[in-house]
Write a new protein. Sequence first.
Length: 699
Amino acid sequence: MPIQVYENKTFLLNTEKTSYVFKIDKNGILNHLYWGRKIDEIKDFEDSEIHRENSYHACIDKTMEECSSFGMMRYKETSIKLRYSDGVGDFRYQVTGYEVNNNCLLVTLKDIFYPFQVTLFYEVFEKENIIKRYRKAENLGESDIVLERFYSAEYGIPGTSYELINFNGTWGAEFKRYSDKINAGKKVYESLRGSTAHVANPCFMIHKDAEEDRGEVYYGALEYSGNFKIVAEATPYEYLNVLIGVSDTDFSWVLKSGDCFETPAVYCGYSGSGFAEMSHTMHRFCLEELAPKAFAEKPLRVLYNSWYATLFDVRFEEQVKLAKKAAGIGAELFVIDDGWFGNRNSDFSSLGDWYVSKVKFPEGLNPLIEEVNKLNMGFGIWIEPEMVNEDSNLYREHPDWVYQYPNRTILKGRNQYALNLTKEEVVQFMIQFIDVLLTEYKIDYIKWDMNRPVGETSVCGETPEERKEVWVKHTRNFYRVINECRKRHPEVEFEACASGGGRVDLGAMRYFDEYWPSDNVDALDRLEIQESYSYIYPAKYMRAWITDTPDGLTNRKIPVTFAMRSAMCGSLGIGNNLNTISNQEAEEIKKQVAVYKKIRNIVQFGKLYRLKSLTKDEFHAVQYQKDGSGIVFSFLINGRYGKEHYNLKFKGLCNESNYRISANETVYEKSGAYLMYHGLDIVLKGDYDSQMIEIIKDR
Ligand code: GLA
């Protein structure tokens, strides 16, 4: 049974491998008791209450809670901070009821003195080993109540010296992974940019010296693409207090009589055997439960995008030439990126003018689409719906549609303004123009970009409190727009991009079929970006391209086979200028595209094992395993002192089964046990050598 309740006060949430337990303690508080490997016997928790006694500190601050409120002599980071109309600022609750419905539990907490109620929702995904959590706050009275903080979930993890993994990224350098020990105080990861942003990711991974296949990891990821916050606080009472949800910075929400506020959900899990199990659980969960159904079970097509080939200079003849070559190397989708609309010749103009440029496409887009379709490819375009340039008809007509302060110069990022999505007319404009494009043209794919953060929001709204609602309303309306577009055009594939990886999160995953993890397409840097990305997010959701060498960002020259294999670790894309690359390069790309098509089911849907990491090993290797078939990519960056033999241990095989391994045109027959425990000796030589190894289980 996924949910058990003992004597109306102890709650046990069981997945196949894990348990999560809390109870109503003697003080009426929801006291968190346990999160870890499965313990089936709920009665074992009968007399367990965790209180750390100490004369100065309030007992409540020492209790690991399911939903703590600021006030009442609590001084730790709390889940809720609110203000009633008379100024009282704590939520002193009583558990007034609970409901169990199959795999869902909801517990209601009602203030003892005020008509205010919080409902905690838990949904147990038994088979997937994931628990979904979110909360709802409700004003049951007449007077306004102001929420100043309301996280999605709070976790207590007993013990000290935990490490928190998250990222410290920037444009072109997303997913730089850090594991920081928290001995004292708080570690905070937050985005205040109105989007997920590159700096951090709305997820947490907590461990003590865990490795790929060893150690305990507590993890969670937020289904939200706006301002978020993660706080991990090492309390002096020997537990780590972890909170995740909408950021409380510049946030408040006015609950008028009868109003509710529901938080985004967080999906969390526990792995008793390291990071690999965490990633497998999350990847499977994402593909099965979150990803839009239209493309969730289909392998993604190999796309060609002409951005790096032509930048803004997209013209009909040139694009047709590229399309023919793209089809020749095996692309299945042809995408024109920025530059096809308005007078868009640079990033200084035309965002907002979403009609086809008459200069670049005198006959409209249809002749190009027809050519592309004749070549058996789908057709896609780039849009950036949330933005507008000062030099655009849209801005000239609606200067009041952008976030701005009345008495100051409006700030620009990448020469553009952010549209005020809290205005209904802006939302309708966005839905309308996307709908018109998708109705008028046979468009199979959209790359949805967002190239600057949001700012200057604090004058939108009537009251000071309402002005702090903007960030959440903005994100909710972004979801409304994309949701409506998908509803109207369910056959179209959508990719999320935000100057690279600024919108990689489970909230966007509900609406997008894939993400663009970084504008950094250097095949070496990408290996590290892709590795960190894979901790939580599945390979299928990661577009990975090969582009021309030397790379525009790093100036690094990387051989085409290495670069192709780096890109084949995700959903493959090609971004080379096919008009200028050598025949030899084009032939190699074509050959590898054909290989990729044969293996993409394994890469996109298989279990991903991080075998070797450049952060600590001599070379990089990643394995994808689906049933008996596997693919391993290995990459040597810098061969030293003539060394050419490296041992590589595979994972996820059956000890007793026999496997045929094909590596470098040599075929080996080995047992699973040999391959996993002894390993295969592979040859990698010199700089930028790489190898693709195929694993086939003998029937
Ligand atoms: C952003 C994206 C790029 C490209 C450009 C186009 O930088 O991340 O991939 O689409 O915009 O202007």
